[in-house]
Ligand binder design. Structure first.
Ligand code: SAH
Length: 360
C-alpha cells in the first residue's frame, strides 16, 4: 500500500470509528485494536509491507537467520521427546513473512526424519502475509488456518514469535473511589479519539494498585489456551514475546510505524498495535487450563543454551564476507539493551511429557 493510500485508509477507518462511537458510545480497547488491525478493508494486517527493515517493525527472524535455525533444531528435539511421531503437525502462529519457518526447516533437515514427518500448518490472519509465506515456503506443502482450532488432530509442535503481543488487550483503570473501570476509546470535545473510563468491572489485581493504575487483560490468550488444552495430546508450544517476567501494572499499548512509536489513537489502522505479554501470568493460566508450562526465561538465556555462539561462529566461518553482519544480528538478539532481556521464551505443553530442554 502506498503512503497516500495508507493515509486514505486510515482516515476512512477514523471516520467509521467516530460514527460508531457517536452512535453506540465508547468502545473497549480490545474492540478498538481489533478494528484497527483486522478491518478487512482498512485494517493494518490488510497491508503486506509491515515487517522488516523497510517496513514498520523488525522481528528476530528478520534480524538473523540463526534465530529460526535454532528454533527449528529445538522443534526437532521436541519431536524426539514425543517419540518421533509421523505425521507431526508443525504449526506456526502468526508467521509474518515466513522467514522463521523457512530457516527452521532448513536447519532441521540435519535431524533425520523430522522434516519429512512434519505437516505444515500456518495460522495467519493477514491475506498479503499469507502470500509472502507461500513464496518463502515454496516447495513445501502448507495449509493455512484462521484459528488454531482448525488444525487437524495429531501430535503437534507449535511455535509463535511475537504472536501473543498482537492479540488485542483490554485495559482496566482504577478510579479514585477504588473501583476498576473498563478503559475505553471515546470522542473528545474536539471530535478526536481519546481514552475514557467506562463501566465498573469486578477485578482482583492480585497486586497493590493505586488510583490511576492500569491493568491489562488479553482474552485471546484464554481462547488460545483453551484451544491448546482441547487438543488431543501430545502438544508442545513455544512462545517468544516481549514483556515482564513478573506481574506488572501499567499501560503498555504501543503503536509502531516506520520503526518509531506513534500515538495509538492517531491514524487508526496505519501502525502496528501491540502490548506487553505477561509471561508469568500466561504460564499460570496455562496451568489452570490443565497444561504444563516451562519458563519463562530470557531470550538471551534460551538462545545461549541452544548454542547460539557456536552456530553463529560456524556461519561466520562459512561466510567470511558476511561475518560482521552475522555477528551484529546475533548481538542484537542477545544484548540486554537489545532483545535479549526484554524478550522471554516459554513452553506450554501437555502434562506428563518429559522435561523439555533448554528449560529443564
Ligand atoms: N512471527 C513473525 C511475525 C510477527 S507479527 C515474525 O516473528 O516475524 C504478528 C503476526 O501475527 C503477523 O503474521 C500477523 O498477521 C499475525 N496475526 C496477528 N493477529 C493474528 C490473529 N488473531 N490470528 C492469526 N494471526 C494473527
Amino acid at each position: 500500500m502506498s503512503a497516500s493510500n495508507s493515509a486514505e485508509a486510515s482516515s476512512a477507518l477514523l471516520e467509521s470509528l467516530r460514527q460508531r462511537i457517536q452512535r453506540d458510545g465508547p468502545i473497549a480497547i480490545d474492540q478498538y485494536m481489533t478494528t484497527c488491525v483486522a478491518d478487512p478493508q482498512h485494517g493494518y494486517w490488510s497491508k503486506a509491507g509491515a515487517i522488516g527493515a523497510a517496513g514498520d517493525f523488525i522481528t528476530a527472524p528478520e534480524i538473523s537467520q540463526v534465530f529460526g535455525e535454532l528454533i527449528g533444531l529445538w522443534c526437532a528435539v521436541a519431536w524426539h521427546s514425543l517419540g518421533q511421531p509421523s505425521p507431526v503437525r508443525l504449526v506456526e502462529l502468526g508467521p509474518g513473512r515466513g522467514t522463521l519457518m523457512q530457516d527452521a526447516l532448513r536447519a532441521a533437515r540435519a535431524v533425520p526424519g523430522f522434516v519429512d514427518a512434519a505437516s505444515l500448518h500456518l495460522v495467519e490472519i493477514s491475506a498479503p502475509l499469507r502470500v509472502l509465506q507461500k513464496s518463502a515456503l515454496a516447495g513445501h506443502v502448507v495449509t493455512w488456518h484462521d484459528v488454531l482450532d482448525s488444525v487437524p488432530t495429531g501430535p503437534a509442535i507449535i511455535i509463535a514469535n511475537e504472536f501473543l503481543d498482537a492479540l488485542p488487550i483490554r485495559q482496566l483503570i482504577l478510579s479514585s473511589d477504588g473501583v476498576w473501570r473498563e478503559r475505553m476509546v471515546g470522542l473528545g470535545a474536539d471530535g478526536q479519539l481519546c481514552f475514557v473510563a467506562g463501566s465498573p468491572v469486578h477485578h482482583d489485581a492480585g497486586i497493590v494498585a493505586h488510583p490511576g493504575a492500569i491493568v491489562e487483560l488479553r482474552p485471546g490468550e484464554d481462547r488460545l489456551l483453551a484451544a491448546l488444552s482441547a487438543r488431543q495430546p501430545p502438544v508442545i508450544a513455544l512462545f517468544v514475546d516481549y514483556g515482564p517476567a513478573d506481574p506488572a501494572l501499567g499501560d503498555t499499548l504501543q503503536a509502531v510505524r516506520r520503526h518509531a512509536y506513534v500515538d495509538p489513537l492517531a491514524e487508526p489502522g496505519s501502525a502496528d498495535l501491540t502490548a506487553h505479554v505477561q509471561l508469568a501470568g500466561f504460564a499460570q493460566k496455562a496451568r489452570e487450563a490443565g497444561l504444563a508450562a516451562a519458563g519463562p526465561m530470557t531470550q538471551a538465556e534460551f538462545l545461549g543454551r541452544l548454542g547460539v555462539a557456536e552456530r553463529a561462529a560456524r556461519l561466520m566461518a562459512a561466510n567470511p564476507d558476511r561475518a560482521g553482519e552475522i555477528e551484529a544480528g546475533v548481538q542484537r538478539l542477545m544484548a540486554p539493551t537489545g532483545m535479549g532481556q526484554l524478550f522471554k521464551v516459554m513452553a506450554v505443553h501437555s502434562p506428563g511429557l518429559p522435561p523439555l530442554p533448554p528449560f529443564s
